[in-house]
Ligand binder design. Structure first.
Ligand SMILES: [Zn+2]
Length: 337
């Protein structure tokens, strides 16, 4: 075999194997987080163009459902880049004898919602494009503005909390205009004196038989308290246990609860969109009584985290997350020096 023949053969081998190589690179496991965000954004933008549903709305539902998949043990992990979930019955239709039906026409005939997005003639429940198109198309039936979106969400989930969370996600995406919003911050700046230990589950002294659902970070009065994640302020005001408190919902559907504040940062209101590190209020000792009560215990931040699974919400131990964010903050500070 001459040299040119070998080169030619090599080229053919390369060309023949190219699609395989590209396909392998498309496997989720081989991609960086950035590449996954890029893939998702491409999909959202594509179906925004097809249906006029803003990409932020598609991203918001998908992000919400990603969190639900993580929180629900009985729901399978998504195969592709999109997490939106339809049951077999929803997809193929309640009365469809073939629960794995992928024929758009028979699915439609049996009242299923499944549609073919990518144009291959099949409506597949695990195909990213089919699933995203099915969602976008169902939202489009209600219209494309914010109020239409909320009504469509109510029809889909029949739960105020779900509507509120997803609407919040959409506003966060609208403000930052990107998907890469997974950063976290420690709730106090490192240059202040503070201390905390794991107090999860301890019994509390006030308000009856409740266990301690959070971590107490002790610090002086008026030490700035910062948002730990990207999210939207869901609640701000007085609560007899928590005193002046703020609740922020992040993109993992997690509710971050900051209690006993001495006051709030100016401009932070219910509905405000925050980034990790944004000051939201100040350390204090408010709570355990009627509005304005303070000084019944040493000043500290009570920090709680609550997960939503689409049905109920429950608290989990924030201590490991706090440790992790604190460690990262120290590492970053060392890098800057
Ligand atoms: Zn506490």
């Amino acid at each position: 075999m001459g040299f040119r023949k070998i080169v030619l053969l090599a080229l053919i081998v390369v060309f023949v194997s190219l699609p395989v190589v590209t396909y392998a690179a498309d496997l989720k496991e081989d991609l960086t987080a950035e590449q996954i965000y890029e893939k998702r954004m491409d999909l959202y933008k594509k179906y925004e163009a097809v249906t006029n549903i803003p990409w932020q709305y598609l991203a918001a539902v998908d992000t919400y459902e990603r969190g639900i998949r993580r929180a629900l043990k009985d729901r399978p992990k998504e195969e592709g880049f999109i997490s939106i979930y339809y049951t077999e019955d929803e997809w193929a239709g309640n009365f469809n004898p073939n629960k794995q039906d992928t024929h758009p026409l028979s699915i439609q005939m049996f009242g299923g919602v499944g549609m073919d997005g990518d144009g291959d003639g099949l409506a597949e429940r695990t195909n990213d494009e089919d699933v995203l198109y099915t969602l976008a198309h169902s939202l489009e039936q209600f219209g494309t503005n914010e109020e239409d979106f909320r009504i469509a969400l109510w029809e889909k989930y029949k739960r105020d909390q779900s509507v509120r969370i997803i609407h919040g996600h959409a506003l966060v995406y609208e403000k930052f205009d990107r998907l890469d919003l997974n950063e976290h911050a420690f709730p106090m700046p490192l240059n202040y004196n503070y201390s905390y230990k794991n107090t999860w589950g301890d019994r509390r002294g006030w308000g009856g038989r409740r266990i301690h659902e959070g971590t107490d970070i002790f610090a002086g009065y008026n030490v700035p308290i910062r948002a730990t994640a990207y999210g939207r302020v869901e609640i701000k005001g007085w609560n007899k246990y928590g005193g002046w408190r703020i609740g922020i919902r992040d993109l993992d559907n997690i509710y971050h609860y900051y209690a006993h504040l001495s006051g709030f940062e100016k401009g932070i209101e219910e509905g405000s969109i925050v980034a990790p590190g944004d000051v939201i209020g100040y350390c204090g000792s408010s709570g355990y009584g009627k509005p304005g009560t303070q000084g019944k215990f040493p000043p500290h931040l009570h920090y709680g985290m609550y997960r939503d699974n689409g049905r109920i919400e429950w608290s989990f131990d924030p201590y490991p997350s706090l440790k992790q964010w604190e460690r990262k903050a120290y590492q970053e500070r060392r890098k800057k020096r």
